[in-house]
Design a protein around this ligand. Structure first.
Ligand code: CA
Length: 229
């Protein structure tokens, strides 16, 4: 089910958008200020954010910046002011599209669907190939990790780390890079101890976790995945 987050402080407008989306078979939730909107977004699971620019508590540009930082969720900006400034800022902040108020619900739903189509196409192209290095493989489409013929369950951070290792196997991955990519979209209350997660990951992919041959430490710099250890 496609879920859309609407962050818009004019409640009748927000409800009208929700109604139109739901009539079209999409699921939508409303937040009427930036703080509430960001809290909902952080809980995760949204495929698109419809975002008003002028919002109480946290403004739309800041929300847009945070959503971009957190990952690939598309953002459709609603703006009351038809000024170049808003357009430029909205798109420079990484928004996928914008609609100027007043707009028709039909136009809005059409834009939403166009963005969702683009996003799912990108995802398919990106995820088509199984990543494989040595005796470890990831099928991104099925979110399945196989180690020496056995399916292994990985929590999100370890999954993302392994995905990076396989995509860039044989290359040194700096600690900062692994942390920012591994913890994408999870800002608060998360254990960002990279070494702890690497240790857990090694327990799952290494034949002898005490003497890792796949995920090797590059002292002081980061880690490297050895495809043919
Ligand atoms: Ca507003």
């Amino acid at each position: 089910m496609t879920r859309i987050l609407i962050i818009e402080d004019e409640e009748p407008m927000a409800e009208a958008i929700k109604y139109s989306l739901e009539k079209d078979g999409l699921e939508a939730e409303v937040a009427t200020d930036g703080g509430a909107g960001w809290r909902l977004f952080e809980e995760g699971g949204y495929d698109l954010v419809i975002l008003d620019l002028m919002l109480p508590v946290i403004d739309g540009l800041e929300i847009c910046r945070r959503v971009r930082q957190a990952g690939d969720t598309p953002v459709l900006i609603l703006t009351a002011k038809d000024t170049e400034l808003d357009r430029v800022l909205g798109l420079e902040m990484g928004a996928d599209d914008y609609v100027t108020k007043p707009f028709s619900m039909r136009e809005l739903v059409a834009r939403v669907k166009a963005i969702l189509r683009r996003a799912s196409r990108t995802l398919q192209e990106f995820d088509r190939d199984v990543l494989e290095a040595g005796d470890v493989s990831i099928d991104p489409e099925r979110h399945e990790v196989v180690v020496r013929g056995a399916v292994v369950d990985l929590p999100p951070v370890e999954y993302r780390l392994l995905e990076l290792f396989l995509k860039k196997s044989g290359k040194l991955l700096a600690r900062d890079y692994l942390i920012s990519a591994g913890w994408r979209g999870e800002f608060y209350g998360q254990n960002k101890n990279l070494d702890v997660h690497i240790r857990r990951l090694r327990e799952k992919v290494e034949e002898d976790p005490a003497r890792p041959r796949r995920i090797v430490t590059v002292r002081g710099l980061g880690y490297r995945y050895e495809p043919c250890a």
